[in-house]
Ligand binder design. Structure first.
Ligand code: SAM
Length: 243
């Protein structure tokens, strides 16, 4: 049996001796694209049970069966961090979802702001990007990607114990430090605006919220995809699971 290199997300429960049926798409990827066959090993995770090694027991063009034969890593969940962002162009939105999943977001919420140009998103496609990112980066958790919601509604329905890192381009200057006292271990969210930034009305509302912390991401105005990576780095370094 070859050493397992391929990681696959499955929805099936995982445990010693468990058998896992493959969908047509998974069979195509594993046997058609990756040229695996009966007896080869693959790593599986389902977002709940950690990572497991499995062996291909049956392989065909339309499906297949895997047999789980041992755990290779325990389940590891990210901190309770939401990444909220206003969708931009397709490729850059895909990038935001991919990077948020790699960098440890627990949930991804596309939000419609006053200057958001996207009217709709393909939630299923974005969710598939989050799954692929988790497969690639060795994570055992896949953040859920929500449907597009109006920022206004999300804020009106806000869970009061969740802190909000509001990335405000109007503060561009020395980057803000998030002190430990702002809440290590608490639920948090990061908010990134669209290409056009936040409207004056939105900015005034966000700054007045008791749970919001308006921050600068440095002296230059970053594109929303760059800003996502910068904000998640600052947050993870100060309050997350990087330290
Ligand atoms: N059109 C806006 C302007 O010229 O001021 C810029 C919007 S920027 C492309 C997209 C989002 O990234 C912003 O709404 C903000 O959330 C974030 N962002 C970019 N640079 C930032 C900075 N230096 N400080 C804080 N947030 C920033």
């Amino acid at each position: 049996m070859k050493a397992a290199k391929i990681r696959l997300y499955v929805e099936h429960p995982l445990g010693q001796g468990q058998t896992v049926p493959l969908s047509r798409d998974q069979a195509h990827y594993l046997f058609g694209v990756m040229r695996q066959g009966v007896g080869d090993a693959v790593l599986l995770f389902n977002g709940r049970d950690g990572e497991w090694r499995a062996r291909v027991a049956e392989a065909s063009k339309r499906g297949g069966l895997l047999e789980v034969d041992g755990q290779t890593a325990p389940q590891r969940d990210p901190p309770d961090l939401w990444l909220m962002f206003a969708p931009i162009k397709k490729a850059r939105t895909d990038f935001i979802v991919e990077k948020a999943a790699e960098m440890g977001a627990a949930r991804i919420l596309p939000v419609q702001t006053d200057f958001t140009n996207a009217e709709r998103i393909r939630q299923d496609r974005l969710q598939a990007h989050a799954v692929e990112a988790a497969e690639q980066c060795g994570g055992t958790y896949v953040p859920g990607v929500a449907e597009l919601q109006k920022l206004d509604h999300v804020l009106s329905d806000w869970p009061q114990d969740r802190q909000l890192m509001f990335c405000d381009e109007a503060l561009a200057g020395p980057a803000s430090a998030l002190a430990d006292s702002t809440g290590r271990g608490k639920p948090w969210a990061i908010l990134i605006g669209p290409e056009g930034g936040f409207s004056d009305q939105e900015r005034a509302r966000l700054r007045a919220l008791p749970f919001a912390h308006a921050v600068s991401l440095g002296p230059r105005i970053l594109r929303a995809d760059t800003a996502t990576v910068a904000a998640m780095t600052l947050w993870q370094q100060a309050l997350g699971d990087w330290t």
